[in-house]
Design a protein around this ligand. Structure first.
Ligand code: OGA
Ligand code: NI
Length: 359
């Protein structure tokens, strides 16, 4: 039987949206009051009761590099958070607040610049080092997200400065420098939390590659019908997330959604799939999502430690010191690009990519 819904041409809708190169912001600027069907998610995504009294740990990093007693306490808190929540927030992390604020402003400037100039960056070419588009999995994911995104591969081989958007060029380079520094410190703390020598994760190049991603979540007229970002886990080793004060990020913990409330000056840290894999499931890569909101735009900057396609042929598997006869390896060995290629092709479908690599 043919019903009215069958005549809906989803592909045509996706294509015309994609070809506009103006993203979700372009729709909002055109003044729409209902969201196009391609953004509607099959089940009410925000129906499960969120908001719980407990929240992910906020860890003060004061003393992490120069006070051995405090460092031990910090390592212990990081271990506990990484094993249970897969997420924590850090304060007193050494990145100046001004740098965080300017980074968020820079992302905002990128999206709010002249749309004709912005369209010049719009691409789905995964070989490019600077990419702007909306919904990287537009054609493969089950439903589109109310979000536009740009990303830059900043390490190990950064683009030349003139290829970075001039709306945020300087701050992107400064922010990258700070995030790389903090990332190396966090990898040391995480190594110790795994009972390894402090240099272990840095020595196997977990902090070698960095992708900086600027997300823009425009205000949404029907937030209950869609999502800002669908449920997913991050595929790299580690993610540092800078969010503004609007909120909407939630993590799935014991089958319930928990808000990750914005904390001024804090960065959200989460374990990625590859760190779960090499820690042989000691650390958890936890699923998370971003709700759409009537209020906006919301801006966030996710820094992913991963070598992605730029990576070498280096192979990662469960770290030898962490496996034993009683605790055999749970994953097969992979290269980063093999892992990322699989995760990208799959899109944000809510299923963990790790399952594909389990022994
Ligand atoms: C991501 C992500 C959350 C946010 O980029 O993987 O989960 O708040 N972002 O934008
Ligand atoms: Ni994520």
């Amino acid at each position: 039987m043919i019903s009215a819904t069958d005549s809906y041409n989803r592909t045509a809708e996706l294509k015309s949206f994609d070809e506009s190169k103006a993203g979700v912001k372009g729709l909002v600027d055109a003044g729409l009051s209902t969201i196009p069907r391609m953004f509607i998610h099959p089940t009410d995504p925000s129906s499960s009761p969120p908001k719980h009294d407990v929240s992910i740990p906020i860890i003060d990093l004061t003393g992490m590099t120069n006070d051995p007693v405090l460092r031990k306490v910090i390592v212990e808190r990081i271990r506990e958070a990484s094993e249970t929540w897969g997420f924590f927030q850090v304060v007193n992390h050494s990145i100046p607040i001004m740098v965080l604020e300017e980074m968020l402003e820079g992302v905002k400037r990128f999206y709010e610049q002249d749309v004709e100039v912005k369209k010049g960056y719009y691409t789905r070419d995964v070989a490019k080092k600077v990419v702007y588009n909306s919904n990287y999995d537009l054609y493969t994911g089950p439903a589109a997200n109310w979000r536009d995104t740009f990303y830059c591969f900043m390490a190990p081989q950064p683009p030349s400065p003139q290829d970075l958007p001039n709306t945020c060029r300087e701050i992107l380079m400064e922010y990258t420098k700070e995030v790389m520094k903090l990332g190396r410190v966090l990898m040391e703390l995480l190594s110790e939390a795994l009972g390894l020598s402090a240099n272990h994760l840095n020595d196997i190049d977990c902090s070698e590659g960095l992708v900086v991603v600027g997300h823009y979540y425009p205000a949404c007229p029907q937030p209950e019908l869609t999502l800002g970002t669908s449920k997913h886990a991050d595929d790299g080793f580690l993610t540092l997330l800078l969010q503004d004060q609007i909120g909407g990020l939630q993590i799935l913990h014991e089958d319930k959604w928990f808000d990750v409330p914005p904390v001024p000056g804090a960065l959200v840290v989460n374990i990625g799939d590859l760190l779960q894999l090499i820690s042989n499931d000691t650390f958890k890569s936890v699923e998370h999502r971003v709700l759409a909101n009537r209020i906006g735009p919301r801006v966030s900057v996710a820094s992913f430690f991963t070598t992605s396609f730029q990576g070498t042929s280096k192979i990662y598997g469960p770290i030898k010191d962490l496996v034993s006869e009683d605790n055999p390896p749970r994953y097969r060995e992979v290269t980063v690009s093999e892992y990322v290629t699989y995760a990208l092709a799959k899109g944000l479908d809510g299923v963990s990519s790790l399952l594909n690599f389990r022994l």
